[in-house]
Write a protein that binds this ligand. Structure first.
Ligand code: ZN
Length: 336
């Protein structure tokens, strides 16, 4: 069914966890004699990953952040207009590396009205080796790709559509209808887009453009094109947020008086695009993106809404605060 997908990785992880638990038990039972306990610990395979799913509710809707892993690049790419010395200083102040910025891939599963809807497909391996973790994280909550009924894409960059294609070119989510913004489809899929606005090497741009078309090819017959501004499934409204790409949308998940705002790629990392007002280099229309960012961040701050940032540190949940000079990101407290 899902040839080439690492569906057994979770099994391996579980085995690793069980083995390390056994090692822990035996080192408790056997008194430590000249370091035999630590020899046992070294023999046990390491637990390779932390939990990559996080559950919460939006009214009657069950929501789960499912990490697809991480991507990243030089901080300059995500803060195109930052003065170099200031950028370096800001990153140092918050204990982040100054030569590489890590971006998370926080896809969101919502379960409502008997349907399972995934918001963003994730990167897979299209933007580096550390994507494609969503399958382990679906398995961790007892699901697999056949359980997904619909996938809503904010914009067609590879880190949002990469997982739609299996390694051998098939459909990863065989039953899912895939909702894609029409203006992105027209720009990235129907034409050969000029991506010279992106501050990356030409070779990267070509691969980026090809990965968009390749990722969407297997689902050509399952695509529903949408124009942002409407409720496209019950409980999920799309909000116009163009600028980053021609068609990018953000989302409001709502149930009763509860709501959650998904900001897609209005910002990459809160340190450079929320707490500091720097412009993401990959924004195609910098001014349009800036006005979308302000309009939607202002609303989030005014309504004190819970917010999910697709690329923010996992699980990406928090709130926007309006400050004298701009905004501040306030991460949500962990809920057990
Ligand atoms: Zn992105």
């Amino acid at each position: 069914m899902l040839k080439g997908r690492p569906m057994n990785a979770f099994t391996l992880n579980r085995r690793a966890i069980m083995l390390s638990a056994v090692a822990g038990v035996s080192s408790m039972l056997i008194p430590s004699l000249g370091g035999s306990g630590s020899a046992n610990a070294q023999a046990a395979p390491p637990v390779t990953a932390n939990a990559g799913h996080y559950r919460f509710r939006v009214g009657e809707i069950s929501a789960t952040v499912l990490s697809d892993g991480v991507i990243g690049g030089p901080p300059r790419v995500y803060a195109s207009d930052a003065p170099e010395a200031e950028l370096q200083e800001v990153l140092r102040q918050v204990f982040l590396p100054t030569d590489h910025m890590t971006l998370n891939l926080n896809t969101l599963l919502i379960e409502t009205g008997g349907r399972r809807i995934l918001i963003e497909a994730g990167a897979g391996k299209t933007m580096g080796p550390n994507g494609g973790r969503i399958f382990d994280n679906l398995a961790a909550i007892g699901l697999d790709p056949t359980d997904i009924d619909a996938i809503i894409i904010s914009h067609t960059h590879p880190d949002h559509v990469g997982n739609l294609r299996t390694a051998d070119g098939g459909k990863t989510f065989p039953r899912a209808t895939v909702f894609v913004p029409k203006a992105d489809w027209d720009f990235f899929v129907r034409t050969d887009p000029d991506l010279s606005y992106m501050p990356v090497p030409e070779e990267f741009r070509l691969r980026f453009a090809a990965n968009i078309k390749n990722s969407l090819a297997p689902v050509m017959n399952d695509i529903e094109l949408y124009e942002a501004g409407a409720e496209i499934v019950p409980g999920l409204t799309t909000i116009v947020a163009s600028g980053h790409t021609p068609g990018m949308a953000t989302f409001l998940v709502h149930s009763g008086s509860d709501q959650l705002l998904l900001t897609a790629d209005l910002a990459y990392h809160p340190v450079v695009n929320v707490d500091n007002p720097w412009l993401p280099g990959p924004d195609r229309g910098k001014e349009t993106a800036l006005s979308s960012r302000r309009r939607i961040f202002d609303r989030a701050a005014a309504e004190r809404m819970p917010v999910l940032g697709f690329h923010y540190p996992f699980p990406g949940l928090g709130r926007m605060l309006k400050t004298d000079g701009g905004y501040a990101w306030v991460p949500a407290n962990w809920q057990f």
